[in-house]
Design a protein around this ligand. Structure first.
Ligand SMILES: Nc1ncnc2c1ncn2[C@@H]1O[C@H](COP(=O)(O)OP(=O)(O)OP(=O)(O)O)[C@@H](O)[C@H]1O
Length: 230
């Protein structure tokens, strides 16, 4: 197996400019995430966690620096190539699930597989299998509006995994859920961590979820620093 880290970034810097004012959210961030590694990014509100995650996932451009995903420069790609690459190499889970409201749970999960040029039948088979795995085998034909918050988040997690991504990026996956549901999602993430080969990078305010990751880094004062084990 190749030893190329799944994520490498150097000197990552983001400055937002508006008129004459500018805000540097972070600068000079270096990071390497190994294949299959699990990592939490913590930090106070506004420290730039979402901005950093979006940059790692190629959803937002850095002002300076470079991001390699599996050795490939994600920000150097043309937009179409980057979209295809992102769909196959990365999975995303957001705080507010972002499921398509008019699609069933099955089709929400199948869609990224179908966009990745798999046949509809194979895409749906994969989606069904993953939804069974996250405990939603009885909810395949429900639309998001007919699912609970925790169930929607399970669908979003299944969707993130459907193309067997090299890395799953999660932004506050338990942030919008009550404590019990958050704990169930946390247990599911832990279980999936052990079962699939993907690396997981999770932005979270939840210390329990962060504690289940192999490594924790804190974003503060514009830099990313490892948090020592307590
Ligand atoms: N498009 C934008 N234009 C200007 N400033 C922005 C933009 N997006 C984010 N910011 C600013 O960048 C900073 C970091 O925002 P970000 O959402 O990354 O923080 P965060 O650590 O994820 O916060 P939270 O934990 O509250 O979600 C904030 O001060 C925010 O106001």
């Amino acid at each position: 197996m190749s030893e190329t880290p799944i994520i490498q970034c150097w000197n990552l810097t983001k400055t937002y400019r508006e008129g004459r004012s500018s805000l540097t959210v972070f600068s000079g961030v270096d990071l390497s995430v190994a294949q299959g590694e699990t990592m939490a990014i913590i930090g106070t509100s506004g420290s730039g966690k979402t901005t950093l995650l979006n940059m790692l996932g190629g959803l937002d451009r850095p002002s300076d620096g470079e991001v390699l995903i599996g050795g490939e420069d994600i920000h150097g790609m043309k937009e179409r190539h980057r979209c295809r690459f992102r769909n196959s190499a990365l999975g995303f889970v957001y705080q507010f699930h972002h499921l398509l409201p008019e699609f069933t749970a099955l089709d929400n999960v199948a869609l990224p597989a179908a966009l990745g040029q798999r046949s509809l039948r194979e895409s749906r088979d994969r989606a069904r299998h993953l939804l069974e795995r996250v405990g939603l085998g009885e909810r395949l034909t429900h639309k998001p509006s007919a699912l609970s918050g925790g169930e929607r988040q399970r669908v979003a997690i299944a969707r993130a995994l459907v193309n067997e991504p090299r890395c799953v990026l999660m932004d506050e996956p338990t942030g919008n859920l009550d404590d019990d549901t958050g704990e169930q999602i946390q247990a599911l993430i832990r279980e999936l961590n052990e079962q699939v080969a993907s690396a997981f990078v999770v932005v979270t305010h939840d210390p329990e979820l962060a504690g289940t990751m192999g490594r924790v880094c804190r974003l503060e004062h514009g830099g990313l620093t490892p948090v020592a084990d307590t």
